[in-house]
Design a protein around this ligand. Structure first.
Ligand code: PFF
Length: 453
């Protein structure tokens, strides 16, 4: 098969680790994880989530990087290339298309929520939360999501920022943005952790997150923890695959994966500890749901010393986390347009960005003007979230796992992974049995075939 045109590459192992960690660490860690832990009994959810990350997330991330690096192509052409190499059907290309579609759909709601974050950064900086009451915080949030112009403005700004980075390419865009934003993000998080140690209720927060209470491990908590493991590690949609395709041959996939998974998990846990410690110090409920960081935290910050500065830092942190993830959501589609359709990067970014912008408008209208519009019983925002997180990502992950262990030649996989025999056998067992069984369980649950869930 013909080699693709010259493609960009990461400058080294750290560039890849930082960029992939940048993709993984996002709204999923700082917005979704704390509220999901908060509404699913805290420690029970955290424990199952950690198990899923180790047993399913780790081997699947290695699989996805392995597929990308072996192919050295975007996910669509990459799957076509790998299936030709294994004398398998070209239909496996569908996995790439599924990923491109998932990325576009995820970013169209992700960008709207990231827009709320930008809006809240400005509110925090202008001291909007000072001495705010619970009712006022709620009213502030409702007023924002009820205002389509305001949402459109921030959605447009966030998407523009995303596309600006993507248009600059792998090294000058993706790598540089991640190398600036990720260390800043970690520094801010540590400052906030220090702040919560000083003024928050850290011991209550730790007990809430880690004191194992097995009675709270319900089937529903298990399944949502598993779905979240996919989302938070950016698995199943080709983002990690395309990042892996920019990775040089000599770099160890296992070690890079380990660093990414540890960074993602550590950041989610520290964010959770910090947010709950600040919340508990102000007698706030951990089970507030999706409004946790937008309605509950402002009340806490509004009543704490230095609240204005720390609230601003907090929303800048969430904004950076979202930005480094959003660029990875479009990269599979952009790489495909460049390599297959021979478009320039700037033009590819413009086309994909335009498409996401339009779908995003439907999403932001679903909070106000179109709030009554229901498809399959969900509003547009919920529908896209459920469709992608619960169906498209696990399905993509399942197909990639099947492809790697049943379709590809073991010798090729072994060569690419470069593991010792014991680790290779663990990877193979997890990819062949544990991950598919777990994903199929999620699907059965979705279809309502599992009693008592
Ligand atoms: N991992 C990101 C988060 O936790 O916010 C979301 C995400 C990014 C999902 C990229 C999927 C993806 F391909």
């Amino acid at each position: 098969m013909k080699e693709p045109a010259i493609r960009g590459h990461w400058s080294g192992r750290w560039a890849f680790v930082v960029a992939t960690a940048g993709s993984a660490v996002g709204l999923g860690n700082i917005w979704k994880f704390p509220y999901m832990a908060g509404t699913n009994g805290g420690s029970a959810f955290v424990l199952v989530y950690l198990l899923c990350v180790i047993a399913i997330g780790l081997p699947l991330m290695m699989t996805e990087i392995m597929l990308g690096r072996r192919a050295q192509r975007n996910p669509v052409d990459g799957m076509a290339h790998l299936s030709a190499e294994s004398h398998a059907s070209r239909l496996w290309m569908g996995v790439g298309y599924l990923g491109i579609a998932a990325g576009i759909l995820i970013l169209s709601f992700y960008s709207v929520v990231a827009g709320w974050v930008l809006d809240y950064t400005v509110r925090a900086a202008t001291n909007d939360f000072a001495a705010i009451t619970a009712t006022q915080a709620q009213a502030q949030f409702s007023a924002m999501i009820g205002n389509p112009q305001e949402l459109l403005l921030w959605h447009t700004i966030f998407l523009f920022l995303t596309m600006l980075v993507v248009a600059r390419g792998v090294t000058a865009g993706l790598e540089r943005a991640n190398k600036i934003m990720m260390p800043t993000l970690v520094t801010i998080l540590l400052i906030l952790l220090g702040y919560s140690l000083a003024v928050g209720e850290v011991s209550r927060s730790l007990a809430f997150m880690f004191r194992a209470d097995f009675s709270k491990i319900t089937p529903a908590a298990i399944l949502s923890a598993m779905g979240h493991a996919f989302f938070t590690l950016s698995l199943g949609m080709g983002a990690v695959m395309v990042y892996g395709s920019y990775l040089q041959r000599h770099i160890s996939i296992a070690r890079a994966t380990f660093y990414v998974v540890v960074a993602d998990t550590a950041i989610a846990l520290v964010a959770g500890i910090t947010i709950f410690a600040i919340g508990f110090a102000n007698q706030l409920e951990p089970a507030a749901g999706p409004g946790l960081i937008f309605q509950t935290l402002p009340i806490a910050f509004g009543h704490m010393p230095g609240g204005r500065v720390f609230a601003t830092l907090f929303f800048v942190l969430v904004g950076f986390a979202a930005w480094t993830s959003s660029i990875s959501l479009v990269e599979p589609a952009v790489a495909w347009l460049i390599e297959r359709r021979k478009l320039s990067r700037a033009r590819a970014a413009l086309i994909i960005g335009g498409l996401i912008w339009v779908i995003g408008i439907a999403v932001l209208l679903s909070f106000n003007v179109w709030s009554e519009v229901k498809l399959l019983g969900f509003n547009i925002f919920d529908l896209l979230d459920k469709l992608t997180t619960n169906i498209m990502l696990p399905l993509g992950g399942l197909l990639m796992a099947i492809f790697a262990v049943w379709v590809m030649r073991a010798a090729h996989v072994k060569e690419e992974l470069g593991l010792n025999e014991r680790h290779y056998r663990y990877w193979r067992f997890a990819t062949r049995f544990i991950a598919p069984a777990a994903i199929i369980l999620v699907f059965l649950n979705l279809l309502g075939w599992l009693p008592g869930v």
